[in-house]
Design a protein around this ligand. Structure first.
Ligand code: ATP
Ligand code: MG
Length: 385
């Protein structure tokens, strides 16, 4: 078989390969497949230097070249792989039909993707794969080139990190909920007790002692202010409205407080058919609005912001926009070190990922838009909690 001969030649002496190259040059009007194959054999030693798996298929999709990296990664020898379809040999889980990818390759220089494949030993590996059309000297397609880098370990670590950061986020939420309750039940109650005692003292103090009356009145307003502060702090840590009356009321409460604290004018648009969602989703939306508005206040310089929360047939869409100066990228390594990376945007990203959603940030000189889409299903999609 012509193909297997070519694959086999990779392992054979290089003199033979050099000869194959010169023959290809002389007979470039040969059948393109044949001359192309000779070209690959001429360079196969170089391709063997690569740690990555490199394979080449002919126009029929059959393997005609399989380097040592591919042997190491996939366990199949070049002889075993020759003439087979790599997609079938490696049980490749393609994200779209092969014909579509080939179409892309005709108009684009290459196609990049992460692929899951199965080795000869039955192990599942994930590779960063780059495909390109392989053309001969006269520009005719001789086949397809594929370079696979093993990223299995990196994906595992990413996955573990994702699980860990998801766990950290939910621990932080639990911790905030606990702190909010503690604040409300301990400091809040103590302050309430102090206010009651004060009221009694105020009754007993002589009406002629104007100095003491003024001091007690001042004390009364300080206590009232402290009660308010504790309540705000505890609500910010975990808004009780979220559990009781749901997201729209909790957001309205938060946005009103944010506007008066920051002097930023925020428009809040919530679609009337929003309905209720599971607790984690409502909490995630609330936290994302908190983080995004805090960023608007701290970084954007914008005097206005707009939040819209809408329900699509099977998704919830949240958009937080400002009209500020946009996100500036750190120009150099040193400025990156000076300004340590925040956890706000990555926290949003984690929350979104944990709930199976998607996130997009668009930013420019006219402002920043953080847009998040969460899937909602079944009863939730009908607006029932
Ligand atoms: N709305 C915005 N307008 C302009 N720049 C922004 C905006 N949002 C974020 N940024 C930029 O992106 C960076 C990262 O934001 P992120 O929320 O992740 O971190 P942070 O706000 O700096 O710190 P943290 O949120 O952890 O307190 C910010 O430091 C800021 O430079
Ligand atoms: Mg932030």
């Amino acid at each position: 078989m012509a193909n297997s001969g070519m694959v086999g030649s990779r392992a054979e002496a290089s003199e033979h390969e050099l000869e194959a190259v010169s023959t290809a040059e002389v007979h470039s009007s040969d059948n393109p497949l044949m001359s192309g194959q000779r070209e690959v054999s001429g360079n196969s030693e170089l391709l063997d230097l690569s740690r990555e798996a490199i394979l080449i298929v002919d126009p029929e999709g059959k393997i005609v070249f399989w380097n040592r990296g591919a042997e190491r990664l996939y366990g199949w020898t070049a002889e075993e792989a020759a003439g087979k379809s790599p997609v079938e040999l490696l049980n490749t889980d393609l994200p779209r039909p092969l014909a579509q990818i080939e179409n892309i390759l005709r108009s684009e220089p290459y196609w990049d993707c992460e692929l899951k494949q199965i080795t000869k030993q039955g192990t599942r590996v994930t590779v960063a794969s780059r495909w390109a059309l392989w053309r001969n000297r006269s520009g005719e397609v001789s086949g397809r080139f594929q370079l696979d880098s093993d990223i299995t370990r990196r994906k595992q670590i990413e996955n573990e990190l994702r699980i860990l950061s998801g766990r950290l986020l939910s621990l932080r939420d639990e911790e905030r909920r606990r702190l909010a309750r503690e604040l409300h039940d301990s400091v809040g109650q103590l302050l309430a007790g102090a206010s009651m005692n004060l009221a009694m003292v105020q009754k007993r103090v002589s009406s002629t002692d104007a100095g003491s009356i003024r001091l007690l009145d001042d004390l009364g307003s300080l206590l009232e202010q402290s009660v308010k502060e504790v309540r705000t702090l505890s609500y910010l840590l975990h808004p009780p409205l979220l559990d009781e009356v749901g997201l729209p009321s909790a957001l309205e409460w938060y946005v009103t407080g944010f506007c008066s604290r920051s002097d930023i004018k925020v428009e809040l648009h919530i679609s009337p058919n929003l309905g209720r969602f599971r607790n984690e989703l409502e909490l995630a939306v609330f936290r994302i609005v908190q983080e995004a508005l805090t960023n608007v206040h701290r970084h954007s310089g914008s005097a206005t912001a707009r939040i819209s929360l809408s329900r699509l047939p099977s998704q919830v869409r949240l958009k937080v926009e400002d009209q500020g100066k946009g996100i500036s990228l750190p120009i150099s390594e040193s400025s990156r070190e000076e300004r340590p990376m925040g956890v706000g945007l990555s926290g949003i990203r984690e929350r979104v990922r944990n709930l199976g959603g998607q996130m997009q940030i668009r930013s420019g000189t006219s402002g920043t838009v953080v847009e998040v889409l969460f899937p909602v299903e079944g009863a939730e999609a009908a607006g029932v909690k």
